[in-house]
Design a protein around this ligand. Sequence first.
Ligand SMILES: *Cc1c(COP(=O)(O)O)cnc(C)c1O
Length: 356
Amino acid sequence: MSRPVIATIDLQALGHNLQVVRRAAPKSKVWSVVKANAYGHGLDRVWRALGTTDGFAMLNLEEAILLRERGWKGPILMLEGFFHADELPLYDKYRLTTSLHSNWQINALQNARLQAPLDIYLKVNSGMNRLGFMPERVYTAWQQLRSLANVGEITLMSHFAEAERMDGVSQPMARIEQAAEGLDAPRSLANSAATLWHPQTHFDWVRPGIVLYGASPSGVWQDVATSGIHPVMTLSSEIIAVQTLKAGEAVGYGCRYRASAECRIGVVACGYADGYPRIVPSGTPVMVEGVRTGIVGAVSMDMLTIDLTPCPQAGIGSPVELWGNAVKIDEVAAAAGTVGYELMCALAPRVPVVTV
Ligand SMILES: *Cc1c(COP(=O)(O)O)cnc(C)c1O
């Protein structure tokens, strides 16, 4: 490995974050959400660190099959269900629990030839308006499913559009209550935000994703700072060159930063082709040898530049943390106008990954 950029995955932190979730929802079982290759952390790399979970939730068949092949025998929930009827034999073979959100899926289930019934997560549209049945349709959909030989246990499922807001679940909860009326159904509603902040949503199974990876569902680290979760992914690199700018000189493409006085600039081997967001402004935090400083100028494909004024001891070879324990991924995401989820998922394949 010659180029020094590297992503480090802290498996202990992952296991610890699952414990934080368990303490937050002590009466619920936990679906650990590992979609999108475990939020960019590498499903194959990390799933064993979550091995005490009650189940894994994801949405790619390939990922579900991988878990089965690696020996996971517990429940697997497919969050968007089958995309085509011809996937049902694989759901049968690998014993996958399927979300069910549309009428055509009920017909497909009815017509499938399965060895054993499949457990179903019947999805209620509680206001997100992406997937799910309207509350007034849920009762009849439930009855239809109940009558099918291919259907095992049925759980009501819904997903919140703004559980990170203090008043973000009351309207959806009212819709879910309406949908559940007359049904003696287990429920799974809570994403990370609802798991942390809305205990009335916990019910039988919670479905945390982002908190397991140690970032905030609100996009603001302060919101989870006292929750006890630890960042799992650290993106780090090194300074590979140092420049001294005179007052008035610029650095990088577009001359987006101009020195107001003489200053030292560190050139770091990490750029947008590694998954670091190009759009961040000057001042976006980085950590150099234990000192916080900021990015100056434009992030380029393979490099970015940082102000070494606060850390005169730093030079070629100094370690730089782009995000991790010292600089939270939420801070970088906020500077880029996005959320930690996107940055994790966008870690580029060219970045070598190690686990500790
Ligand atoms: C992604 C996802 C989750 C987890 O969401 P987080 O905000 O990462 O906790 C839960 N449920 C469903 C249906 C999802 O798609």
